[in-house]
Structure formats: C-alpha cells, structure tokens
Design a protein. Structure first.
Length: 100
C-alpha cells in the first residue's frame, strides 16, 4: 500500500506538470520545477528501497519474493533516474557553461 500511495502522489505532480506544459509557451515559462519532479521521483525510489529492506527484515506474512522484487526494481529505477538527472541537469549545464 505504501508503494502505491507514494507512486500515485508523484504521478499526480508529474502529470500535472505535463498537462501544464501542453498549454503552450505562455505557461511553459512558469514550469521551472521539472528538475524537482525528477528529484521527487528519485526520493520515491529511495523510499521504496528502504521500505523493502525493512520488510525483508521483519517477520510478516507478505511474501519475501515481492519485497526482494521491489528492492531490485527500486535500485534499478533509481540508477536509471540518477543517470537521467546527471545527463539532464549536471553534465549539460557544464557543457553549456563551457560553450558560453
């Protein structure tokens, strides 16, 4: 349930951003917060990883294979988002600064 709630919250923000960005150039200039959506998504996967680790260490009736799957999924997606973040917001800014 935790994973579903946090994922839904992030998607409301994300699709709100995409909906506003589709409204055209008049609105797009106010959409400076895309970077923070990516950060929120990364925090989501950190929370999933922590939640999975805690569940794996607890004695409960939830199948451990699901927690292990969520853990592997969270790590994999976090790595992909971290790569995207570095490529989009760190490396490109350095390259743009060198060209200026």
């Amino acid at each position: 349930l935790f994973v579903i709630i946090i994922n839904s919250f992030i998607h409301v923000i994300m699709y709100g951003y995409y909906g506003l960005s589709a409204c055209g150039p008049k609105i797009q200039k106010y959409l400076w917060w895309k970077r923070y959506i990516t950060q929120a998504q990364m925090l989501q996967f950190v929370a999933v990883i922590i939640h999975s680790i805690v569940n794996l260490r607890q004695q409960c009736n939830f199948p451990k294979i699901f927690d292990l799957s969520f853990l592997i999924y969270g790590i994999t997606i976090l790595m992909l988002f971290a790569n995207f973040y570095l490529q989009s917001y760190t490396i490109r800014k350095k390259q743009h600064a060198k060209q200026s």
